[in-house]
Each structure stands twice: as C-alpha cells, then as structure tokens.
Design a protein. Sequence first.
Length: 537
Amino acid sequence: MRKYPVGIQSFESIRMDGYVYVDKTPLIYKMITEGKPYFLSRPRRFGKSLLVDTLAAVFEGRRELFEAFTTEGGIEQPQLFIARTDWKWDVYPVLRFDFSKNNLTTIERLDEYIDIALTGYEQQYGILPSKASTSARMVNIIHTAERKMGKKVVVLCDEYDNMMLHSLGDAQKQATVRERFQDLFTPLKSEDVHLQFVFITGISKFSQMGIFSKLNNLENISMQINYECICGITEEELATQLCPDIEQLAAARGETFDETMAELKRMYDGYHFGRGTTDMYNPFSLVKALKSKEIEKYWFDSATPSALIDMLRQMPPLELNDLDGIKCPDTAFDLAFDSFKAPLPALYQSGYLTVKDYQANRKLFTLGFPNYEVRTGFADCLYQMVSDTRPDDYGRNVFLNAYYDFCDYDDLPAFIEALKAFFASVPYHWEKDNRNEHYYHALLYTLLTAFGADVRAEEPSAKGRSDITLRMPKGIYIMELKYDDTADAALEQIDRKGYADKYALDGRPVTKVGIAFSSAERNIIDWRSIEDPRGTQ
C-alpha cells in the first residue's frame, strides 16, 4: 500500500516516513539557479507550504532527503531530480516565516508571532535582545547570520497574506497589517547583496495595498509559463509517477484505469495559471481521493462555506452562468483584492475561477470554473446565500431528495412542486431589485448546478438560446421561463425557435417545459410540458 501525505507539509516527513512525493525539484532547481527574489501566488491547499519546506531542505544542504533510500518501514524512496544535478548542497542560513497559522487573527497575535520569530533567530546567531524596529532587527539578523555562517541568507515566507484576507472590510486593521509587513519586508530589497534567495507565497500580490511598493524587485512567477507546474499535479505526473495509485483507485471503484482517469479529470483537473495551456490537477483533492479510494469534493468542502458566502456578499451581484467564459484584460489580475468592486481577481486568486484561454494580441484572458468540484461547490454557496439556508437545512434536503427522485423516477410534477417550495423560501430582499425573467432563470440554473445536475444555460440553437436545458438519465428537458406571461407562450417559443431540434437523434425522450412566474406571487403560477415525439425515435 502506498502512503499519501494528506495534510502533511513537511518535506522531511514525506520522504523519511515513506509518503508519495511528486517530484517538483526540476522546477526548484531552475528557480534557485536562474534567479533570486521570487513571489508565487496560488490558491489555498495547492502545495505552496510543501514547496517552501522543500526549498528550506535544499538550502539547508540536506542532500540525503533527495537521494534514493529505503525508509525504516522498508519503503523505497526514489532519487529526485535535483540530486542528479551539479547543485553544491552548501548550508545556508535560512530565515522562515509562516503566516498560514489560523490563530493569526489579531494585530496582537501578529506582533507576537513576528517578535517570537525574530527573537528565535537572534538567539540562534548570538544577538543580544533588542527593542529596535522590526526592520532594524531583520537587518541585524541578516548581517550576523551571513558573517557567522559564511554564506548569504535565504528568506522564505509562506502565506504572507493570510491575515490580510481575514481582515477584509476593516480598513484600520488592514492599514496596521500593511505597516507590519512593510517593516518586515523592506530589508529584503535594501539588503539584496546579503541575500542568496528570497521566496514569498500567498494568494494575492496585493499590488495596490502598498506591501510590495518597497519590494518591487521580486520576480512574480505566478503566471509565467515556465513555472505553471510548480504547484499542483499535471496529467503526465498523474499517469506516470502516480500510475500505481490510479490503478488501486480504479480497482476499488470497480472501473478501468481510463474510466477512473476520466472521472479524476472531470472532478479535479482544469486549472491553468497564466498564459500556459498545461492542465493542473488540484493536489489536495487528488491525494485525498487516492488515500480514501473515493472521488468526492474535498478541496471545496475543506473551507468553511461561510467564508465564501461572506466574500460574495461584499461583491456586486454575481450570476453563475455569467462567470463561466467571462473575459478580462491582463491588468485585472493586479487589482487590489480588498474592495471586491472587481470580483474577478478575488475569484481567480482564491481558486474558484481559472484561466481558460488567452488572446495574446488583445492581452485578454477568458476565465471559467476549472472543474465539476468547484462549479458545483460554488453554485451551492450561491444557493445558500440567496435562500439563507445551510447544508443541513431541512427544506434544502427535501428539495435535494425531490431532485434525486426526478433522476430516478422521471417525476416532473413532483420536481416542479419542489421548485415552488424553493422559490417561496427565497428572502424578499434578494429579489426585490431583480424582478425579471432573467433573475429566475439565473436562480434556477444556480440551484440545479449546486445539486450536480447536467444543466446548460442559454444553450444556442439556430434561432436563439434556450433558458435551461436539463439532461437527465431518463430524458432531456428543455425549459423556457416566462415572467408575467403564460406557460403556453413559453412552449410556443420553444417550438418557434427550434430549441428541441438538436436533440431529435439523442435517443432519450425530449420534453419541452414552459414555466410561468408571477411578479405578484413571486413564484411559479403555471407550467406545462409536452414530449417531443422525435426524441423517442
């Protein structure tokens, strides 16, 4: 049995205890031999902390961790790429700062952490206690460490923006946090001659928040093609280094290797970072699936849904079907994260959207949801927000059961009744400024996506776009919504514009569904369905 490092961010533990490690040292070697000060942005749980720990092991000269060896438990660990290179394995003084700790929620705790970290390095290098500023202490530590060890200093900082993210909306706290990090980071430019390597990670660069204004020598590799694969797992790595693990997962699921690969791709693949075209798998979800032998929504469920819902409430109104395929200029990624007036940077940097395409001549990115896991999870958060429900809400579960019954028994009338109950539960304040056909269309699409339905919004035909196309196991449902109009008018539009034509040869029954909403009732007041005879031929 292979061991999988779920929640383990220590490179030493992964290697010494026999866990599987996807070799990222080719890119690490490239980075440490071709440059010095770097910044890397990646979504949460994408391997940034493990990357920082691996860099620390390299600069601490721990070559034995990178060579081939057999663990005490009898597990053979392969030699990693960097052990075969000309890297000298010198021992450098390494200063590490880890701001990913969840308890760093107040200014007092942040000050305490920085002071404890600096005090530890002062003691390590024999520096007398000091009440000097953070910047002065940092400079003294760098100079003393270099002098005592005879090597330039390496500075590694992980998740620097963790507290920034937890103080969004609090302008005073944001300003104070910004001051603290300016004090800590400023010497990393002025003392460049004494530094061997600098590496800072986070979700966002916060380019307009002043933190990096005095540290503008950092090379931002977040969207560089050369480093698009430095975090996450590529399909090639999955099919080669993790091939035995996919075989075990396939056997546990009673599937072929190719079937399991296809499902993993649907659930966890699809991330692109920058202008590159390499598909990246979410490493957290992938490793969890390999360990548990079950393919579930691990990455999305690992965060508190309330955090995303709070973020969404600070943004302009969002509609799920408008986000998939939305376009933005390359300058959008350097916007400030804290205002949420432009939601795309926040959604991209948080990992909810990813790059789908890039037009170099226009410097224009197309964004979209990376995979099924994120799409359904995001839709579920939107659903909870507009309906003021929780995942364990009784009414929500009743509707979910109605949807599953629809899948199993093709009971459209019961499903429509469940829809009525859902729309009746939507708080009035969510729709009072959005009363129109498009609002109900977007809400229904979000609802169905949250439950994992194979649903299409505004699917094009020769003469127009249908509102909702729902592909169920036992049939296809083409739904047209009308606001303060009749269900018959909706059915007439389906026929007039030929929305059902493209499914005539599908083999499944095709049902045309007209749904009428009332502005007075704020709900469905009428619906009709007609089966298209061509769908059964």
